[in-house]
Design a protein around this ligand. Structure first.
Ligand SMILES: C[S@@+](CC[C@H](N)C(=O)[O-])C[C@H]1O[C@@H](n2cnc3c(N)ncnc32)[C@H](O)[C@@H]1O
Length: 321
């Protein structure tokens, strides 16, 4: 894993424009900062609207998953939303298997231990601390009828890689398995609302986003001085059916400077105004229309079975075609 992380960082920091992969924000501290941001930042609308719609439709949606004996949770985080589903399924089933997947292994183990305390023997917990693709290849070998949940789903990965993830999910599904995803469906004419959600005046998102830089300095012997950079973001709206809208987030040099990343054996010069993106090419925090979602699901041989939406969040039940 360490060598893969180094290779991915080196690839991004040697690219033009430079970037740090978005998943790198999520060490234990990054996961904590993400929780603080989604729970306390009043500008971050998605989490509130996602919880609201999930609670509104819970009784209706659970019918789609009545045969599931196992819940796989992609990017489980603190599993707050997944617990809504687990509680509902456990009203009729005596026990379930829960497979949380998360790249942030320390945080994953904490979540697994919390859930063990809450659910006891009703939940058999089998955590997988790895990247989605690696984890999904292991999940593919499991024959139990599964529900795969992915809260936030495609919005956390760049558009370039979204189809790869969906294809891997498709491959991991048996015929009767279901896939539940949530998505940000905010109308992109609301540019200010969206941009404020990812760079708020109180600094919640900035703290979370800059965790990539702090982690790089700490773990890779970097010396990036964040006071020599300014963090910025912008919404890139895209209405093409084979695409989606996204937000770009970057730090921009406010003066010429040079940075060293010791463990990567890398020195980079920054000209004033030069950017270092905090995600892969193709942006992050993607916004979809239902038509755009149907297009990409179709390409991955997945079918949109049913969806519910409010102003900002959609909950989607997906099946294998
Ligand atoms: C936005 S949080 C969502 C957490 C939780 N599911 C929720 O909805 O509140 C994304 C989670 O996915 C994990 N994650 C991000 N990229 C990942 C990747 N490529 N592979 C595995 N886990 C990843 C992060 O560590 C984090 O816990």
């Amino acid at each position: 894993m360490d060598n893969i992380i180094k290779a991915e960082l080196l690839k991004g920091l040697s690219a033009s424009p430079m970037y740090i992969p978005a998943w790198y924000r999520y060490d234990e501290e990054g996961s904590r900062l993400n929780d603080v941001c989604i729970e306390q930042c009043k500008w971050y609308y998605f989490h509130r609207f996602e919880l609201k719609i999930l609670s509104d439709i819970l009784s209706e949606i659970i019918d789609y998953f009545k045969d599931s004996r196992m819940v796989v949770d992609l990017g489980s985080g603190n599993a707050t939303k997944t617990m809504l589903i687990l509680d509902k399924l456990l009203e009729k089933d005596e026990s379930l298997t829960y497979v949380p997947v998360d790249i942030s292994t320390e945080f994953l183990n904490k979540t697994a231990s919390n859930l063990k305390t809450i659910y006891g023997n009703k939940l058999e917990i089998k955590p997988i601390g790895d990247e989605y693709i690696v984890a999904l290849r292991r999940i593919k070998t499991i024959t139990d009828t599964k529900l795969i949940v992915w809260f936030g789903s495609l919005q956390n990965v760049s558009h370039e890689k979204q189809l790869d993830y969906l294809l891997e999910i498709r491959n991991a599904m048996q015929v009767d398995d279901k896939f539940l995803m949530t998505l940000d469906v905010t109308d992109t004419s609301r540019k200010e609302t969206i941009e404020l959600a990812y760079l708020d005046p109180e600094g919640y998102s900035e703290n979370f986003n800059l965790n990539s830089i702090h982690r790089l300095n700490k773990e890779m012997n970097g010396n990036i001085d964040v006071s020599k950079f300014k963090i910025k973001n912008e919404l890139v709206a895209n209405s093409a059916s084979d695409n989606c809208s996204n937000v770009n987030v970057w730090i921009e040099a406010i003066e010429n400077c040079e940075v060293d990343i010791g463990k990567l054996d890398l020195t980079r010069k920054f000209q004033k105004g030069e950017r270092l993106y905090l995600h892969e090419e193709g942006g992050i925090s993607c916004k979809y229309t239902i038509e755009q979602l149907e297009y990409i699901l179709n390409k991955a041989s997945l079918g949109l079975e049913k969806y519910w939406r409010n102003e900002h969040a959609a909950v989607i039940v997906v099946n294998r075609k």
